[in-house]
Write a new protein. Sequence first.
Length: 180
Amino acid sequence: MSVKRFALASIVTAATLTGACATMRIGSYVERAADFSHYRTYAWGPADALPIGDPRLDNNPIFRDYLQGAVERGLHKHNLLLVTESDRPDLLVHVHGSVRNVFDVHGADRNHGAVVGNEINVVDYEEGTLVIDMVDARTNQLVWRGWAIDSLSGILDSQARMEKKLNEAVMIMFASFKPL
């Protein structure tokens, strides 16, 4: 293989691999019957009973504190006031997370299993999912859920990158939260 073809192949492969796991997927759900006009306060609900499943996050109090701070900043921007559970909040906030290994195949026709071109590239990366739930404290019904799914490549080993990614995810999720 010539140097030019090798360089071109390397660039195309790198672009494909980076593109495969570079886009954060974010969404939200709003309960249609929920009346957001009466929500003024919130408290943290009970901690998730299930661990995230990755010791780099499960045993990282800085991650948990930073995530909680990002959520609180997002709710503050929507004029929601943090209170204790004994103050009878309008909403209870729950945060859930998970980490899983993902295998993404490039160069194969996913509908028919045929190989496109001369090679198949398999990308193995860790993907994280963050879910924020808001539950009406009086009815115990879910009224809003936001989620973000993204590659964790280069994030778990860098506190600055993790903070940036958490801020980005929470900010975009809360853009759809319109309580007032």
